[in-house]
Design a binder for this molecule. Structure first.
Ligand code: TYD
Length: 215
């Protein structure tokens, strides 16, 4: 591996169980003796968390799609510079709960923003560092949203079901376009089966990272 560290992102609809899988995976990676940094988007830094409260606040229901693209990208740029980049530089394993594929699925595919523009802005934000592996926890949107109490839905979750259907389509399309990076996981399976599947997929790469760091 010529790049430093190892970078995993978890993607999928709201309520797919990404946060739980992040915790389980982090524990498994640590059991190999590797150092793990977990982060989430939008957020993870003070600035990112502040941007997150704007993005998810239902009061901003008239937010334009372009504002949305820039705000997610701003949180991402900060997260890359403050957390992800340095952790990879130290040779750590980074696990991010969402990353740039979310912007491609939510803002471009479902939200109608120009895809090349969204990609360009975000590649700049992440200094061109795509994840080594991405797991797409796929779930019908109504199942994911049902896991969230209706009265606690944020600005994104309050978008119509049709929007969330397009998000899912967008994610699946990305998986067919980048099959070497993105692996689709059936998030309707029991939690431990999802975790086992993810672990089986990335263990060999992580094992070789252990071997190379112990040289
Ligand atoms: P969050 O509560 O983190 O959702 P989840 O727990 O399901 O991951 O809220 C993040 C919301 O922001 C979620 O609805 C997805 C959306 N989002 C985008 O639209 N674009 C992005 O680039 C990112 C990172 C998230």
């Amino acid at each position: 591996m010529n790049r430093r560290g190892y970078f995993i992102s978890l993607e999928g609809p709201d309520g797919a169980g990404k946060t739980t899988q992040q915790e389980i995976l982090a524990q498994a990676v640590r059991s190999l003796g590797l150092t793990v940094t977990c982060t989430r988007e939008p957020g993870g830094t003070a600035l990112g968390d502040a941007v997150r409260t704007i993005l998810l606040n239902p009061a901003y229901r008239n937010m334009t799609i372009l504002s949305e693209v820039f705000l997610y990208a701003a949180a991402r740029a900060q997260g890359y510079r403050e957390i992800i980049g340095p952790a990879l530089q130290r040779g750590e394993v980074v696990i991010s709960d969402r990353y740039l594929d979310s912007s491609l699925a939510y803002q471009a595919y479902a939200g109608g923003a120009d895809e090349n523009f969204v990609l360009g802005v975000n590649l700049k934000a992440i200094e061109q560092r795509l994840p080594d592996r991405t797991f797409l926890l796929d779930l019908p949107p109504q199942d994911g949203l049902a896991r969230r109490a209706a009265c606690h839905r944020d600005r994104m979750e309050l978008k119509p079901l049709e929007f969330h259907r397009r998000v899912r389509e967008g994610f699946l399309l990305l998986a067919t376009r980048f099959p070497e990076r993105i692996t689709v996981v059936d998030a309707a399976l029991p939690e431990d089966e999802v975790a086992d599947f993810i672990w089986r997929q990335c263990r060999p790469d992580l094992q070789s990272l252990t071997d190379s760091t112990s040289l």
